[in-house]
Design a protein around this ligand. Sequence first.
Ligand code: SAM
Length: 246
Amino acid sequence: TPALYIVATPIGNLGDLTMRARDILASADLVACEDTRVTGKLLSAFGLKRPLIAYNDHNADKVRPTLLDAVRQGKAVALVSDAGTPLISDPGYKLVRDAAEAGLAVTAAPGPSALLAALVLAGLPTDRFLFAGFLPPKSGARRTALGELASVPATLVFYESGPRLAASLADMAAVLGDRPGAVARELTKLFEEVRRDPLSALAAHYAEAGPPKGEIVIVVGAPAEQEASADTLDAALRRALAGNST
Ligand code: SAM
């Protein structure tokens, strides 16, 4: 059926491609992807060969109308990323926005995302979380960005690269305080590793061990809940009692 399909692909383990994702890719008239070589390899691993078109930060504004026209003309267009779920620190939101605005059908084939895989392995509360994507590469801008997140009462999730990991963790410990954290690496792959420790210990570990290989997600616990002081409690109690007696 003609539509724009947002299709999640594996973040390492090919077994994670869903059956529905495979079916959609197998019958897509056009597969829009970040890098045609990366997606070409993925398709051939499943014995598929489909017309590919690059859709990335360099050409998105030019290619977007082409993709929308294809759907308008009755084609099934699939959008994939190099890995994981499109639009999550990856291109695609403007394509979805414009397709929806044009009244075209848009549907998702959900599946792997490093964000959720790391969150569920971190051992931190999952009822409220904020995904903050990649932090700025330079420490000054990174600390400013972290400052904006410091009071958010939720678990925080960041994408990061090996070379910047130790410095980012040190900035987190400095700006957010020494909260519990987790570093998830190479998820779903052979050398999957999750290290759970306070931010300062994680920072010290990676400063000492050197930059780890592979892809990384950092998960950080929410700020400790402010304990109500005895004075605050007393005042609240007096207010409540006063309210009841009148
Ligand atoms: N859209 C993707 C998703 O849904 O996970 C994320 C794309 S983003 C450009 C790539 C980043 O995701 C990496 O730098 C890393 O932080 C994280 N990532 C991707 N695959 C990973 C894996 N197997 N293990 C840990 N982190 C991963």
